[in-house]
Design a protein around this ligand. Structure first.
Ligand code: ATP
Ligand code: SF4
Length: 281
């Protein structure tokens, strides 16, 4: 008889919270939002892991200034790339980008190979103790999403954060993403509207280039919490472009920037939902 194993993977045994970051469409800033939630959480003293399962376009190593680094295999499993930042919580990162030899290269894999890779990322990474594991997913509802839903079935994540932009709020893609979460039993922690207005660097006036309020309306329509809106802020792009991986304390720099208070509020809204630690569930 084939008895199904219902234990969560041992690699996630000491991970208190698992959050998935999803978006219906590409380019809405899902990886940027993942990075900023991670930096803000680390800046608040949490131990944070980031798992990038965007296998065809892994951008997470670049966002943390970790391009060119590699993950290595110990007897226990894959060791994530660790970014120790003095005076802050720890940051550990896993991405297929660390396994590709050439910067900027990507893979063209069929479903079964992607599934096998995601299985390894969930089962074989030595995360150790983490307060939060953030999982950055590809856009849409692809093979990677189906695989992660399957792999996390018994790991019981806290839920998903859906990232949208004011223009994509009205599209079918966001609705598809919400329906996907409901089908695979991922709780939805809320919606973040990214690139919602541009804050003038001279006068701090916010101009809503693409309309606003769509994310809020969507959250009301689907009865999903609204976590907040993030303006277009060139300082975040500069931070990513100008960091030198060895010397820059990215978390400390991020803490001094205008987006930090916005992400602190987003984190408060998530924590306000009081999802118990997985370790006590
Ligand atoms: N709030 C923001 N302010 C300024 N630039 C932003 C903001 N959010 C995202 N960007 C920029 O937009 C571009 C796309 O962002 P990102 O790579 O995070 O999107 P994505 O949804 O993860 O894309 P993909 O579909 O490739 O997974 C990046 O160059 C990023 O720096
Ligand atoms: S006041 Fe208006 S025009 Fe002047 S810098 Fe600010 S947004 Fe731009």
């Amino acid at each position: 008889m084939n008895v199904e194993n219902t234990d969560p993977p041992s690699s996630l045994r000491n991970v208190k919270h698992i959050l998935l970051i999803l978006s219906g469409k590409g380019g809405v800033g899902k990886s940027s939002v993942t990075t900023q939630i991670a930096l803000a959480l680390a800046g608040l003293g949490n131990k944070v892991g980031v798992l990038d399962i965007d296998l065809t376009g892994p951008s997470i190593p670049r966002m943390f200034g970790l391009e060119g680094q590699s993950i290595f295999q110990s007897n226990e499993g894959w060791m994530p790339v660790s970014k120790y930042e003095e005076g802050t919580g720890a940051l550990k990162v896993i991405s297929l980008g660390f396994l590709l030899n050439n910067r900027g290269s990507s893979v063209v894999w069929r479903g079964p190979k992607k599934t096998a890779m995601i299985k390894q990322f969930i089962k074989d990474v030595v995360w150790g103790e983490l307060d939060y594991l953030l999982i950055d997913t590809p856009p849409g509802t692809s093979d990677e999403h189906i695989s992660i839903a399957e792999e996390l079935r018994w790991a019981i994540p806290d839920g998903a954060i859906i990232v949208t932009t004011p223009q994509t709020v009205a599209t079918a893609d966001v609705r598809k993403e919400i329906n996907f979460c409901r089908k695979v039993n991922f709780d939805i922690l809320g919606i973040v509207e990214n690139m919602s207005g541009f804050v003038c660097p001279h006068c701090a006036e916010c101009t809503y280039i693409f309309s606003n309020g769509g994310g809020q309306k969507l959250s009301e329509e689907f009865e999903i919490p609204y976590l907040g809106n993030v303006p277009i802020d060139p300082t975040f792009v500069e931070l990513i472009e100008n960091q030198k991986s060895e010397e820059t304390n990215l978390v400390a720099l991020y803490r001094s920037q205008s987006l930090f208070p916005i992400f602190k509020d987003i984190i408060s809204s998530i924590q306000g939902q009081n999802v118990p630690s997985r370790i006590n569930r």
